[in-house]
Ligand binder design. Structure first.
Ligand code: ARG
Length: 401
């Protein structure tokens, strides 16, 4: 009797070929699992395609809400940006898909899970490590890592086996999309000197095409979670989608990043992350208002650690859980409204307010109402400068030549 494998299925060329390949190579019965985390594909067509190719069962799971609530918003509260640039859309999606693969394998009595990643990227690491953390007894097969076929050979294999080759295969790019962003690599992008061609972008307008008038939006946060736009309460998925539309229209969120992969390769990736760009900026602006200088500085260090850990496939670890607890605690006063101006590729913060604001007008003002005691400053400076004067007496300060 042949074993069952649950395959993470996108409907693309590699995972389609994998359905047949797993059957031929390992004599496995394949159940496909397509996780809907916000790519804009035709899910019913994908499901049908899996069955046509020979899957014994084809499952589609709507995981958008879980993705936003349990992966995206915690990353937003963290201010997680890999190497200061990439909002981690793909990296956040992988552990969720791994979690769904494991749950499905348990339910269906499968001993094997499979994914379509190659052996050169980060995604294989994220899948394998997440699966091993959640269900060490499961065996993982990554057909594209094993079969060693070039793109042409994969297409030939598909044609021999009557697997429809999607029209999008003509596209020279490799694309991954979810609610938090779109990742594009390969083709012309492999030359870091060449400007990304127009057809790379699907979510954001080029600056030449953006409206001549700005849009304003007020984003309401509660404990670091965005809950409303212009006073209208929205669920997380809808809120992210609305900002995506609005910011994409203004050409916001294009990121061109030469990044450091975990496997040691530098790769040039282009991202479109309109919603992430706006929300991260707004969230940080609110934190600037309600957190102290020390809290902000410490949190920035945590954010950088946390972003690395997400990128490197370590979501299901004790350290991630510990950092998440810190971040959660740091958000207890991150409640308020941020006013954002969207115009010509720019997301500008133009206002912020909070019941927990630490901004004190009477301390900051240079006008009437000033309560800052300027006569206390010389004493403060005397002590602050003490080590400087002490050093300068013995080791004279050197002005630039
Ligand atoms: N470089 C990004 C990451 O490691 C995205 C990877 C997937 N990209 C793609 N174009 N298929 O998270």
């Amino acid at each position: 009797m042949s074993d069952k494998a649950v395959l993470a299925y996108s409907g693309g060329l590699d995972t389609s070929v994998a359905i047949k390949w797993l059957k031929e190579r390992y004599n496995l019965k394949v159940i496909t699992l397509t996780a809907d985390i916000g790519g804009d594909s035709n899910l019913e067509a994908i499901r049908q395609k899996a069955l046509d190719i020979g899957a014994i069962k084809a499952l589609v799971v709507d995981a958008k809400e879980t993705f936003i609530k349990s992966f995206v918003f915690p990353a937003l509260q963290t201010d997680a940006l890999y190497e200061g640039q990439y909002p981690l859309a793909t990296a956040l999606g992988r552990p969720l898909i791994a979690q769904l693969l494991v749950a499905t394998a348990k339910k269906e009595g499968a001993t094997i899970v499979a994914h379509g990643c190659t052996g050169k990227g980060n995604d294989q690491v994220r899948f394998d490590v997440s699966i091993a953390a959640l269900a060490p007894e499961l065996k993982v097969i990554a057909p594209a890592r094993e079969w060693n076929m070039t793109r042409e050979q994969t297409i030939a294999y598909a044609q021999e086996h009557n697997i429809p080759v999607p029209a999008t295969t003509a596209s020279p790019y490799s694309v991954d999309e979810n609610l938090w962003g779109r990742s594009i690599e390969c083709g012309a992008l492999e030359d870091p000197w060449s400007e990304p061609p127009k057809d790379v972008f699907a979510w954001t307008k080029s600056l030449e095409e953006t409206p001549g008038q700005p849009s304003y939006v007020e984003i309401g946060f509660e404990k670091g979670i965005p809950l409303s736009l212009d006073d209208e309460k929205l669920d997380g998925v809808t809120l992210v989608q609305r900002i995506h539309e609005l910011a994409g229209e203004h050409g916001i969120g294009r990121i061109d990043h030469v990044e450091n992969r975990l496997v040691g390769i530098k790769s040039r990736e282009v991202y479109e992350a309109p919603a992430a760009t706006v929300l991260l900026k707004a969230h940080q602006a609110l934190e600037d208002l309600v957190l102290t200088k020390e809290q902000l500085r410490f949190k920035a260090k945590v954010a950088s650690e946390y972003a690395d850990l997400i990128y490197n496939g370590l979501w299901f670890t004790g350290l991630r859980q510990d950092l998440a607890a810190y971040v959660e605690s740091s958000q207890r006063y991150v409640t308020g409204i941020v006013k954002v101006k969207l115009y010509k590729g720019n997301c500008q913060i133009v206002g912020r307010k909070s019941p927990y604001s630490l901004y004190n007008f009477s301390l900051a003002t240079y006008d009437k109402g000033d309560v800052f005691d300027q006569s206390a400053s010389p004493g403060f400076i005397h002590i602050w400068g003490l080590p400087v004067r002490t050093q300068a007496r013995v080791q004279p300060a050197k002005p630039p030549e």
